[in-house]
Design a protein around this ligand. Structure first.
Ligand SMILES: Cc1cc2nc3c(=O)[nH]c(=O)nc-3n(C[C@H](O)[C@H](O)[C@H](O)COP(=O)(O)OP(=O)(O)OC[C@H]3O[C@@H](n4cnc5c(N)ncnc54)[C@H](O)[C@@H]3O)c2cc1C
Length: 384
């Protein structure tokens, strides 16, 4: 069946070149990075040298103004090889879009060149030890003193938390605002700013090389010139960008499921039990046929949402994005689990890539808004 997304010959050429780049520059080192629990920062430079970062950035700021299909291809090719801890998606599709959408001309000229070259690695810091799903409850404060904000508080679970140089930080500039979300403001914090410290890497069950860390702010001085948008308008800005993040997370979850299915199709043909390949049992065929069906459904829904995004209509499709985020991420983990089962005991061994798909796909049900929060939003938008 033809895909809803119309990839051109240029897109196909890009896919091939990007795939070769991954095979040469990432695949040989990936295991080591997973053991080290970090992707070396220089890799961002390499992606930047080839023009693979923030491809949608407009030409006047040094980018090529590429369409979103290039981002889709990057997520798919990374997923096809099971390299999801190389989390350039966070930089390209989650963090930098805050600058491109909300930054002033001066801020864009200041930050985007480094984001494109890979010298500046970005992150988004919303979650706190006491506030994850309930973002309006964040307690990190920023008090204005002349040309600076004085920031106090902490963030946790921040992807790229160790490697990042530029962090979009959600703070409360008016802790007493009613309702609470009205007091949120977005500030860009830079590596080396006085009063900004990072905690240790958080040890996770999967996505090991994707550095995740706590961030601490102790009277950290952030220039007012680093504020994104207006004071107190941050929550609305976050919600808009979270829709985009949820689409990206769903694309990643789909790519993880597809890779799990490919690994399993191959394995069940090679593994003999009771004198025949595991793939010849009707149960195996049914399980994999169901997985393939769900993957096809997910791809069709996500392709449509990618088209909405490219038409600038993603915000209007917020309910459908939440449906996709909920269903595709649940599906991805279900598929990885069922595929692992078909590997028997080998599926439980870290030597087999299916084990990594199982743990790595688990996080998609949690970050960018948990499945439960997605269902809450869908129900609310249904008028319930
Ligand atoms: C690997 C990883 C990377 C991450 N990267 C980032 C990042 O870069 N930046 C960032 O800001 N955050 C990041 N996060 C944080 C992530 O977004 C949060 O973990 C997530 O939003 C859930 O928040 P919480 O962990 O505080 O869970 P809680 O909010 O404490 O939720 C606990 C449970 O309660 C459920 N729940 C909560 N509220 C409701 C409700 N109203 N109704 C029903 N159920 C509810 C939740 O679904 C969940 O099952 C990351 C997390 C992980 C694990």
């Amino acid at each position: 069946m033809e895909r809803l997304l119309k990839f051109t010959a240029e897109h196909d050429m890009f896919r091939n070149a990007f795939g070769r780049f991954l095979d040469n520059e990432i695949v040989p080192y990936y295991e080591k990075w997973e053991e080290d629990m970090i992707v070396p920062r220089e890799i961002y430079k390499k992606f930047g040298d080839y023009g693979y970062l923030c491809m949608d950035v407009e030409e006047e700021y040094g980018g090529v103004g590429a369409d979103y299909l290039y981002s889709v291809i990057e997520v798919e090719e990374i997923g096809k090889r099971g390299l999801q801890s190389v989390y350039i998606r966070n930089h390209n599709n989650i963090s930098v879009p805050y600058i491109t959408e909300y930054g002033t001309d001066e801020q864009k000229r200041r930050w985007l060149p480094g984001c494109l070259s890979g010298e500046t690695i970005t992150a988004v810091a919303m979650t706190e030890p006491g506030a994850g799903s309930d973002l309006a409850a964040i307690r990190t404060t920023a008090v204005r003193e002349g040309d600076y904000y004085i920031v106090n508080g902490s963030k946790t679970f921040i992807s790229n938390g160790i490697n990042s140089d530029l962090i979009m930080l959600a703070v409360k500039t008016d802790p007493k605002a009613e309702p609470a979300y009205r007091g949120i403001t977005l500030l860009m914090v830079e590596r080396g700013m006085e009063g900004f410290e990072r905690g240790k890497q958080i040890k996770k069950i999967g996505m090991h090389a994707q550095d995740t860390a706590e961030l601490f702010f102790d009277n950290c001085k952030v220039p007012v010139a680093n504020r994104l948008g207006e004071e107190g308008k941050g929550f609305k800005m976050l919600m808009k960008k979270l829709t985009q993040e949820r689409l990206s997370s769903s694309l990643d979850a789909l790519a993880k499921a597809k890779y799990a299915l490919e690994l399993t199709k191959q394995y069940v043909n090679e593994r003999y039990v009771f004198g025949k390949p595991v793939g010849k049992f009707q149960n195996t065929q049914h399980v994999l046929a169901k997985c393939a069906t769900e993957i096809q459904l997910a791809e069709t829904l996500l392709d449509q949402l990618v088209l909405e995004h490219m038409a600038g209509k993603l915000a209007e499709a917020n309910t459908e994005v939440c449906m996709a985020k909920y269903w595709v991420c649940e599906m991805s983990f279900r598929v990885c689990d069922q595929c692992l089962q078909l590997f028997g005991g080998y599926g439980y061994c870290t030597e087999y890539p299916i084990a990594r798909q199982f743990v790595d796909s688990r996080v998609n049900k949690l970050f960018a808004g948990s499945s439960e929060i997605m269902l809450n939003v869908i129900a609310k938008n249904m008028g319930l």
